[in-house]
Design a protein around this ligand. Sequence first.
Ligand code: SAM
Length: 449
Amino acid sequence: MKQDFLNYIQETFDFSKKEMSDFEWALSKPLGKSIRINTNKISVGDFKKIATENAWTLTESGLGKNMFYIDREDTSVALWNMLEHINGYFYIQEVAASSSPYYISGDIVDTDPYLILDMSASPGGKTTQLAEYYPNSLIVANEIDKARLKWLFINLNRMWAENVVCTNYDGRFFKQTGEIFDKVLLDAPCSWEGTSFKTDDALKYWNLKNIKRIAKLQFGLLEAAVKSTKVWGEIVYSTCTLNTLENEQIIEKIMKKYGDILEIIPVSKKNDFQRNWPHKNNTGWFFVAKILKIASLEEDLKIISKVQQWFEKIASKDIKNIKSYLLDRFEFDGSIYNFYTYRDEVYITSKTLDSLWERLFFKKTGIKIWTLKWSEFTPWFYLGTLFPFSAWTIDISGSELDSLFKWESLESELSDGYYQAIYKNHPAGMCKVKNGKFESLVENSFIRG
Ligand SMILES: C[S@@+](CC[C@H](N)C(=O)[O-])C[C@H]1O[C@@H](n2cnc3c(N)ncnc32)[C@H](O)[C@@H]1O
């Protein structure tokens, strides 16, 4: 119950009456809308030009070069349904929620090739952020919940996170992989106190018994993170909750058990951990801790049986054909990619998966670029969101874009085939023309109401 929560906060953090009333007031205060510009698809400078054209005001968030608060004059179309969002130019992300990748990277793009695990990744806010900070790394984005995996897939495609593969394990599985990851992010499932600005539910059902149950899972996941990290690798643990049981106490417990192989890396000169408070930071609530692994666990691992993948590697002669087709038809240079197939779908990733092929069962191997159904080739919508092609394009107006994103078909005199829609010089995804009608191949999750 909300009152139990307030009592807990008051007692645990010894807040004065004044601070407690500021805290309570901040609980119900809506947060400013914020976005992260996806520099994998557009530069901050080019995005700012679009913002000016759209009469959007961007204000620096103070946390990360790409994070901005956004104010819009015209809100008739929801932000998530704007072309710029569907095209993956930005991710709608709460400022404090972006802080774990910020603290992993120090807000610096690192081009070294690491193996990174994002242990509980859906819907992918932080995974897509890691894909920007670590463009040459292979990122394994894991999520236990199949329904939530769908949103991870959509966001990875939309943001064109081509160095990310997905798995569907209980995160505790990773204690069996051996010490293989250079960095592990555990953005842990938590009691979600910190989402109380979105919904009252987290506080309505707040109780210590529930929190202790979640804390047990969090410890198990963090233990798996410790076991799967390489020596001199880093682990970042974060939650969007304020109680100490799910935060400091988890770190205390892990240090107690593995203190001889771990060190806490303080997030600042003043603090070991980052704690964002609603009434102090004017952001969502967030906790971040950073840990360095300084020695091996030297455990004898149970040998994991060889994984049988659903995905297959495409034969090199077929890859040659695919690459030349991509180049001729879509001006898309496939030379740096690895190609995988699952049933009738073709996927590309900028990283080779060889080192993990027999160890992890993949649910997604990079970005899907097309499907082949009943001998009909269908390019994936997002292939047409990367850059404007010089041929096979259709210029569309704002009202046509609106119709396409309502999945309405428009009249066309073009011959049957696949084209890229272009709106105000921006690529607006792949479209299909058939029998004088053209329609967008946009995913149904983005259909405008
Ligand atoms: C805080 S959310 C992650 C948010 C995500 N990192 C982002 O930034 O978009 C926690 C996620 O952990 C998942 N989860 C819950 N239990 C898990 C487990 N045992 N192993 C792996 N993931 C788990 C939940 O389904 C949820 O998607």
